[in-house]
Design a protein around this ligand. Sequence first.
Ligand code: ADP
Length: 596
Amino acid sequence: MIFGTTFNLKYIRQTLKLVYQSSPKWTLINSVVTIIRGFIPLLLLIVVKQLVDIVGDSSQELHSIDKQEVIFTLTLVGIFFLLNAISGSINNLVRERQSHFVNDFIQKLIHHKTVRLPYKYFEDSTYQDLFFRAINEANYRPSKIFYGILGLIQSLITLSIVLVVLTTFHWGIVPVLFIAAVPIIIFRLYYSRKEYAIKQEHTEDERRMHYFNRLLVAKDFAKELRIFNLSDTFKNKYIEIRDQLRTRQWKVSKAKALWESLVQILSTIAILFIFYFIISQALRGEISTGSTAMYFLALQRGYAVLQDFLSKMASLFEDNLFLKNFFEFQQIKLPKEGNKPGQFPVPLKKQIEFKSIEFKYPNTDRYVFKNLNFSIPSGKTVALVGENGSGKTTLVKMLAGLYQPSMGEIRIDQINLNDIHPTDLAKNVSIIFQDFMLYNVSADDNIRFGNVDRVYNENNIKEAAENAGIDEVFSNLKDGYNTQLGTLFKHSEMLSRGEWQRTALARSFYNDAQLIILDEPTSSLDAYTEAKLISHFKNITLGRTAIIVSHRLTTINLADIIVVLKDGQIEEMGAYEELIANEGEFHRMVQSYKNS
Ligand code: ADP
């Protein structure tokens, strides 16, 4: 079926509401201008008829022309032409202004949604498809739908006028015009649906193509691309996917063009038939020259407007299909933050307790944790160790509130972590992940981002930088802490990997959090810098609870308690000496480090 269930006017209604909300004033102005423009073609038709009639009636006797009437009619033609042109310019201007409002509004909605979406969606490929479609389409479709509807109204006005004019000639012209125009549109609707289905089906391929394009052009990959000479491999992959997509699309476009051409023949025959009908009437002298000109114009205009009207309907149908993605994206349910009245206990008195935790990532069947139980006493520094894949980072992500256990609870003193409001959690849990962010902003901002709510004080920034061992580096930059970091913008200074890591640490120290979590905090630091950081560490964590994920013995040594994870379970837990004496997993790890 051509229209199918997807031709649901719900999205059009929602879009119009959205456009109106973005700016009621401009929506109104735009609507008025468009409607006025709908009447101009009628006025032009009437005055052209008038003019042709004057000229036609007096063609035998030039002296009989009423000059005043000619001048008056010509002036009217001029005015209407001018009105048409000026209102066209005004219309463009109004549209441009309104599209700013609509785009800003949609961007706001998208930003509002994406920043609040639970993190799990960003690691789920099904939702990546939805984001990709929604965000790509949302930028321009709503304005297009609104203009489509305005255009439809405008065409409808013009069309009705032209059809009335043609009906005065003969009622039969209107159905013939419809017969000429409708089949083309039916094919367009059919193919819109087909194209949409193809787009939906191949979103992942399209994302893959974009991914390979990014591998070829983005800075992040430029180094390895050159070192491993990967450019041809990636280019070929990109071309292979692009060509597959193109071939499918091309097949549909060809079929569409072929059918449209065939149907166009039918339309042309119908139009020729009406032309012939008008000419034969004129030759028999049943209509005036002016009327013949008017009917020709009306016919030509009527056919064009009818096609325009129907093709606008087809576009609307297409836009409606694509906007379904945007509204689906908007409909993803956000967790109700108002339902999270809990506050992070300040100070943390007793412990962080993992009670019967069960967890698996969405879209996987493998449990990372099953019945995990242990607790971290407040004020202690805990090292989380274990082989790759044992679940250390996952545990940290759960503590950050990025993922929730499917069973069990993480209790902060007596409060369920899941009940703590995200803002309060962010304020009290400071985490630096292994893949920490490099912000291309000033050194000062790079640290301040650790807690943007904190009242700005240069000394606090400097203190965090000193604790992370990066103060000297920043103080020696040409603009000190105001120096822009990175390579993206002019007059920036690029830091070494270890310096970036220390900057990230300073960001985490700047937040006066109850719980500090550092995932491999010293992985990029040289032995000397690491030693300096370690010497500061007791001072930084004074009165706070800290969790360090690390493979480095020197860093692990800082901990009061070592927790050894294996296959998502606690294998061992205790002080360094205790675990060494046990001669278990940790002892084995230490031995293998020493031997390596
Ligand atoms: P560790 O930090 O100890 O190296 P992780 O916590 O990163 O281990 O990973 C634990 C397990 O979870 C691994 O088997 C890993 O493959 C899996 N895993 C990690 N991240 C994801 C993810 N986003 N989706 C699915 N599985 C994941």
